[in-house]
Design a protein around this ligand. Structure first.
Ligand SMILES: Cc1ncc(COP(=O)(O)O)c(C=O)c1O
Length: 426
């Protein structure tokens, strides 16, 4: 809902009376006035030790982190259940060695857009490898996952076209459709019969349905067996964002579409290198004609610097290691199953997760704030998820499990959560 000066009643802001959503659509004649009010809100949150975001990490994303804790103004050790380093590859010795060698050969950056001189040989090899992983003809490597979605969606859709999104789709999917000026329609999360009704009502030819393989805030899987036939029935095209699913699901690591045996029914498969690959970047895979078109018409690709060559070399090494040795993925699945079981036994609400992305539901914004403060005081780092990533009263902690977590660390994580949630029952 839109807010304005009156919302904040002209008095000093108490952060407990508001949440992030109250500042998102602030109406004023002064462009910068929202920031004035937001500053007071943050200032109060800092004083109350609720500001747990964007604290400087003093070490890399291993299972233990050193963090500069603003609340205590000191460097503290935390148990890390926050990073997307699902397979621990960002520290794999072979990957680090390959990246170091590539740095010597290629320098620190691509320093040019890909259509000019930024398209390095490692990127071209990476595109071939990703196409094999995804069983698609051609892939395009983008600087980030976010820029992949906005580039692909704004490259395909035009004003008057319709994108039908699972309501829980990632912000980058919504933003890409908005950028295209196409109409957004949503269907209830993972609900094929609602998708059927929405497509029937839409009654248009140029329609793209977008879903995620593993939902980034819930950890559940796209109901592709239900969704694919509905898309076919109406002749709608299908995009699946496999950001959290790639290298985790599917026999060869292709994602949830592979897991359900529907890879051929997916028109565009999106992924990122910022999760299981332990790096940064994104990709889109599809048929060669479509991808050749999108390489030239995705503005976030055309008008942005290419991925650094050493990053591409590191990701290629990850793929090599992954193919040779399945043990990290097996460990990730053992850890994931263990965490599901332990968290459920502890009486915590983990929604409908089926993956290494595990929400622990916290309810209201205020409750999340108090819980996240207390778990950090006890040395546990998790995702702290509130609006705009989820709606205001569906806040949660988000745990990211890694193959590298030990049983002791997982037990400690669950114990800390249990203690804090028990305290908060009062
Ligand atoms: C489903 C999904 N798509 C896209 C992105 C954006 O990816 P990146 O962080 O690599 O830009 C994310 C990031 O978390 C995501 O969860």
């Amino acid at each position: 809902m839109a807010s304005n000066k009156k919302t904040f009643k002209g008095k000093r802001i108490d952060c407990n009376d508001y949440s992030m959503s109250d500042f998102a659509d602030f109406r004023s004649n002064d462009l910068f006035e929202a920031a004035e009010y937001f500053w007071e809100y943050v200032d109060d949150a800092v004083k109350k030790k609720y500001m747990v975001y964007a604290q400087p990490m003093m070490s890399g994303p291993r299972t233990e982190l050193e963090v500069y804790d603003r609340n205590t103004q000191s460097v503290r050790k935390f148990l890390n259940f926050c990073s997307y380093n699902y397979l621990g590859y960002s520290f794999h010795p072979d990957v680090i060695k390959a990246v170091k060698e590539a740095l010597d050969e290629f320098g620190t950056g691509a320093v040019s857009a890909p259509l000019l001189s930024g398209y390095s040989e490692p990127i071209s090899r990476l595109e071939e490898e990703i196409s094999r992983l995804k069983s698609k003809e051609l892939s395009v490597v983008f600087p980030t996952g976010y820029s992949t979605n906005i580039g692909i969606l704004s490259g395909i859709l035009k004003p008057g076209d319709v994108a039908v999104l699972d309501v829980l789709s990632h912000a980058s999917i919504y933003d890409g459709v908005r950028m295209a000026g196409a109409d957004i329609k949503v269907f209830a999360h993972n609900n094929p019969s609602h998708l059927d009704r929405v497509l029937k009502k839409t009654n248009k030819k140029r329609v793209l349905v977008c879903v995620e393989g593993v939902y980034s805030m819930d950890g559940d899987l796209a109901n592709l067996q239900g969704i694919v036939p509905i898309c076919k029935k109406y002749g709608a095209k299908l995009l699946v964002d496999e950001a959290h699913a790639t290298l985790v699901f599917g026999e060869k690591g292709g994602g949830v579409a592979e897991h359900f045996g529907v890879e051929d029914e997916v028109d565009i498969s999106i992924g990122t290198f910022s999760k299981s690959f332990g790096a940064i970047g994104g990709f889109a895979s599809g048929n060669k004609k479509l991808m050749t078109y999108l390489r030239m018409y995705s503005r976030s690709y055309v008008f942005s610097c290419a991925m650094a060559p050493h990053t591409a070399v590191g990701i290629l090494k990850v793929l090599e290691v992954f193919k040779k040795d399945p043990s990290e993925r097996e460990k990730l699945w053992r850890n994931t199953r263990y965490m599901h079981k332990k968290l459920e036994e502890a009486g915590l609400d983990i929604g409908n997760t089926k993956s290494q992305v595990i929400p622990v539901m916290t309810g209201s914004d205020l409750r999340l704030r108090e819980i996240s403060k207390r778990i950090q005081q006890r040395g546990l780092y998790t995702g702290v998820v509130t609006y705009p990533a989820v709606s205001k009263n569906k806040t949660r902690l988000r745990l990211s499990v890694s193959s590298k977590h030990t049983k002791k660390q997982m037990d400690q994580c669950v114990e800390t959560l249990k203690q804090v949630f028990d305290e908060m029952k009062d």
